[in-house]
Design a protein around this ligand. Sequence first.
Ligand code: E4P
Ligand code: PEP
Length: 338
Amino acid sequence: MVIVMGPDATPEDTDNLVELAASVGGEAYVTRGAGRTIIGLVGDVERFANLDLRAQPGVSDVRRTSAPYRLVSQENAVSRSVVRVGGVPLGGDTTTVIAGPCAVETPEQTLAAARMAQEAGASLLRGGAYKPRTSPYSFQGLGEAGLKILSDVRDETGLPIVTEVVDAADVELVASHADMLQIGARNMQNFALLHAAGEAGRPVLLKRGMTATIEEWLMAAEHIAQRGNLDIVLCERGIRTFENATRNTLDISAVPVAQKLSHLPVIVDPSHSGGQRDLVLPLSRAAIAAGADGVIVDVHPAPETALCDGPQALVDADLAELASAVRALSGLLGRPLA
Ligand code: E4P
Ligand code: PEP
């Protein structure tokens, strides 16, 4: 059961409902997102029904939900969510491009990639300071030094930062630099990390695990929401299939399916799904045409020297084409670039 609070609800109205739920032995999880507060109730539905919740101050609606992911479910949405990252909207009437280096390597490389990102129409900068690598011998990221580089590049370019956190113990530190926390495919079901991110007071970009069903992905989002944070953006980044001509198989149908099941914005990562530079443009077109709320793209000033994922990074020569394709398609669909 879910209580949807009205736009004028006060914190006292919310506290009153939490107390009422407790008075009948229930639990209430308060989740705040941009423009809405939702309270998820766990307990005996018949006892909640006796509380006349609909008549309580501040309540806009009370819904029984059939989805197991009640807070992020479309069933409980007043409207589709728009998540703001440093003032930049994700979702709603616009299309958002996030771009930047796969990994932060040096201040010069990060600044050059950020300038490339801006040229490609990006309004948010991506870049990993903590890299989840298959091999312990691969570059693991610069850690805190990388976060400082990202902060400096934000000051220089004005681009808010999206960066990955791989360990619950680092969430506070990463959140002190980042405008948005990224949880990567490999950590989609790291529940301690999801909970810490849910409490960090920053929007979260949740990538789909490479072997996760859409329901498992939405349940992972529910873990973040249940800790009080509804500012979540889902990212389809390709799944493991028998096909090995691409790094991962972009599950394009995940875009409309996740948007049907959930009110959260859904973006696509064409870089990690295709794994090859020449696939980024067609997969970006496919994503926007399928209704994605944006794309997140790797760019690098010198991919041949990149310490991570060089083959999928766009170079200067590709950017004009990407920018004009994204602009044209998003304009055609009535969702201009954010
Ligand atoms: C990059 O973003 C990831 O860390 C990378 O894709 C991991 O892949 P790999 O370590 O298998 O190269
Ligand atoms: C990334 O975007 O840097 C990344 C590691 O991607 P994924 O988690 O999708 O593999």
